[in-house]
Design a protein around this ligand. Structure first.
Ligand code: ZN
Length: 395
């Protein structure tokens, strides 16, 4: 039975988490708060890895499958607090909503996971086969999937539930993403005598135009394999009467299932080679952007920014089971796909683990001013996580 006491508990946990500021790379305070919250909710073990991810573990009385519920604990920063009606870190309740940075993305989901798992343990008196892990993951906001590699390595779960906002619908896939950098190199000269130099920006504009004409991949469910120019800069900047000898542009590429690192960059490299043959003065390079982030533990995570896509079919047994379990507790959900990138890129895209998305709130509330979560969504998700755990661990 989902009573008022359970509702108050999940609201309390959510408010506690929202009150702790936790920008990417600065999650140590929220990890401390979570240690306490896991304890209060009768988790059996709590551990923190060297990236600073925190995992709470509930152990069933029998051996069985392992479920991992994944929620990132970092949030995007509050840029202009004065624009907020509610203080972003006081977790005010007004009109059946909790306001604050991270309510929707995704401390609400994490609270619902903790309470859902704990309610399940209580209802069954831990007479179930398997293990439930709730992970609070660092550094997702600009480096999705990378810190979660540590978690899957340690736990090797059978199922992963991603809690990113889905308005309590089931998500069975997402496009991935990559960041591709292209550079052109020229020769500096005084702009009064441009013929003496090679203008790297002119070379870049040629390259950009050819890239624009590239034929893109498409997936019926996930959409287009977009390749969009997102920034460009030249050097020297400002130019001050100099022909620029360097230009750099970044592309955001949305990835479809099965697209590999080499396949995705190859057409751009081919264009570069083609132009080189036509134009002896053309010199360019294309490569994946590399990300590097420092964890609050001091550990550095770094890798190329390539986060693969993933997709399951609705006929998969674990999806049918989850769908039915949600319907049975009165959650009228639909099966769809995430439109953005999540830690599922690692679990399903890189490791092939059976992964599903289910989370409270609407995705368009993430990163907004006066971000909030509806208490009704929080309650629904708590029920949903309990129901999914129950059905996935059924023998
Ligand atoms: Zn998120």
């Amino acid at each position: 039975m989902f009573n008022d006491e359970k509702k108050e508990k999940v609201i309390k946990v959510c408010r506690e988490l929202v009150k702790v500021k936790s920008y990417s790379g600065c999650e140590s305070k929220i990890v401390n708060a979570l240690k306490q919250i896991f304890k209060e909710n009768n988790f059996d073990n709590i551990f923190v890895d060297n990236y600073g991810n925190i995992i709470g573990h509930i152990r069933g009385n029998k051996k069985g499958k392992k479920i991992l519920m994944d929620a990132h604990i970092d949030t995007v920063p509050v840029i202009d607090e004065a624009k907020w009606k509610h203080n972003p870190f006081s977790a005010d309740i007004e009109g059946e909503r909790i306001y604050g940075r991270g309510t929707s993305d995704m401390k609400g989901a994490l609270s619902a996971m903790i309470c859902g798992a704990s309610n399940f343990a209580q209802a069954t008196n831990k007479e179930f086969a398997g293990d439930i892990y709730v992970a609070g993951v660092v550094h997702e906001e600009c480096f999705e999937g990378v810190a979660s590699r540590k978690i899957s390595e340690r736990l090797n779960p059978d199922y992963v539930i991603i809690g990113e906002a889905s308005q309590c619908n089931l998500k069975i896939g997402q496009r991935g993403r990559a960041e591709i950098v292209v550079e052109t190199y020229g020769k500096p000269a005084h702009s009064a005598n441009p013929d003496e130099g090679i203008n790297a920006v002119y070379k870049m504009s040629k390259l950009i135009n050819e890239i624009k004409d590239m034929e893109m991949t498409h997936d019926e469910e996930l959409g287009g394999g977009i390749l969009e120019l997102v920034d460009i800069k030249s050097s020297p900047y400002p130019g001050a009467s100099v022909v620029p000898d360097y230009c750099k542009a970044t592309y955001d590429r949305r990835l479809l299932v099965g697209e590999t690192k080499s396949e995705v960059i190859e057409p751009i490299l081919n264009i570069i080679n083609k132009i080189k043959k036509e134009d002896k003065g053309f010199n360019a390079k294309a490569y994946y952007a590399k990300g590097e982030e420092r964890c609050y533990t001091g550990e550095i995570i770094s890798d190329e920014r390539f986060f693969p896509a993933w997709k399951f079919t609705s006929e998969e047994e674990f999806i049918e089971k989850s769908f039915k379990a949600l319907k049975d507790v009165g959650i009228d959900c639909e099966i769809t796909y995430y439109s953005f990138c999540t830690n599922g890129s690692h679990y399903a895209g890189e490791k092939g683990i059976k992964t599903i998305g289910f989370g409270p709130s609407a995705e368009n509330l993430a990163h907004t001013i006066d971000e909030y979560i509806e208490i009704e969504q929080l309650v629904k998700a708590t029920k949903g996580y309990e129901a999914m755990a129950k059905s996935l661990l059924e023998e």
